[in-house]
Ligand binder design. Structure first.
Ligand code: PMP
Length: 334
């Protein structure tokens, strides 16, 4: 067996310790005589796996009691629609701060369900506009932003202040990479496949008081309040992904939690950006103030060399360094 250095943005590398545990428990989870894939989601075994994962996630993020944690399906893309359906209530508008490709997708989808206003957008996706310049609507149902833009490698290293307007954030590609002050947010969501486990699971952390305003025609499985009331088991949840995410949460705890992760991630990104900046061959276009700790795009001095670079990188065991097809160049998701 040989494992590569995997720079995939997601589905992405998982801790080897977790993969080994999954392998060891594959046929017989803790004496149950079954794989987690084969268990009833309502049986006592899976209920204990589910509860432990939630408890560990709550501990790692210090999630206050007035927030629900949901383990859903549909990916972050489903949340693009579920958020206006569930959170807008009587309000007519929602504000979007668009700092990259995923923010663009989020506002487009929300536009089907409400007046989705672009409160801010930089000229190019290499910067974050100063929050003092954002054109916000004080009557907006919420303000949505993307703390880390996976494709462009632009990350907020601060939490915007939106006063009374609930703050909604797509944490997909930076979830669990550092502590989050959950009480600053109305709703946090993330697809699991980048930082916490296999695809198929979507984490939603939502403040209680926002769960009373879903549109009447919201599909049942997409209704956050109904899912919360059913402990995310309104229908069959993504059991196996939930279980693996739970093992990652335990691994994060063993590694010292999210403060330790933040230190490690900042250091790791610093090594790479320093190498890029010190070289005349590599370049990263993002304003250093908002460079991502998670996804590092870079270009070569001569784009003609991209194919050679990727081939030789692969030979050296460095896999999946090709940049997203929409921007080209390279990207290391770290
Ligand atoms: N938002 C961000 C920031 C992402 O990186 C991605 C995944 N590439 C998505 C949304 C879409 O996620 P999903 O595939 O889970 O719908």
């Amino acid at each position: 067996m040989s494992r590569v250095f995997n720079f995939s943005a997601g589905p992405a590398a998982l801790p080897e310790e977790v993969l080994i545990q999954v392998r060891d428990e594959m046929l017989d989870w803790q004496g149950s005589g079954m794989s987690v894939m084969e268990m009833s989601h309502r049986g006592k075994e899976f209920m204990s796996i589910a509860a432990q994962a939630e408890a560990d996630l709550r501990e790692l993020l210090a999630i206050p009691d007035n927030y629900k944690v949901l383990f859903l399906q549909g990916g972050a893309s489903a949340q693009f629609a579920m958020i206006p359906l569930n959170i807008l209530g009587q309000r007519k508008t929602a504000d979007y701060v668009v700092t990259g490709s995923w923010g663009k997708k989020a506002i487009k989808e929300a536009g089907k369900y409400c007046e989705a206003r672009q409160a801010a957008r930089p000229e190019s996706f290499t910067d974050i506009p100063d929050p003092d310049t954002w054109q916000r609507d004080s009557q907006a149902g919420y303000l949505h932003y993307t703390p880390n833009e996976t494709i462009e490698g632009v990350e907020f290293h601060f939490v915007p202040d939106t006063g009374e307007v609930p703050l909604v954030a797509d944490f997909s590609s930076t979830f669990m990479s550092r502590p989050i002050e959950v009480s600053r947010f109305g709703l946090i969501y993330a697809g699991a496949q980048k930082n916490v486990g296999p695809a198929g699971l979507t984490l939603v952390i939502v403040r209680d008081d926002l769960l009373d305003r879903a549109r009447a025609d919201t599909p049942m499985a997409f209704n956050l309040a109904e899912q919360a009331a059913a402990d995310s088991m309104l229908n069959t949840p993504p059991c196996f992904s939930w279980y693996v995410a739970g093992l990652v949460f335990q691994w994060l705890k063993r590694k010292g939690g999210l403060a330790a992760m933040a230190e490690c991630n900042e250091h790791k990104a610093g090594l790479l950006y320093n190498a890029i900046d010190a070289s005349a061959f590599y370049a990263n276009p993002v304003n250093p103030e908002c460079r991502s700790w998670m996804n590092v795009p870079f270009t070569l001095a001569d784009a003609e060399l991209d194919a050679v670079f990727l081939k030789e990188a692969a030979t050296a065991g460095l896999s999946t360094l090709k940049g997203h097809r929409s921007v080209g160049g390279m990207r290391a998701s770290i």
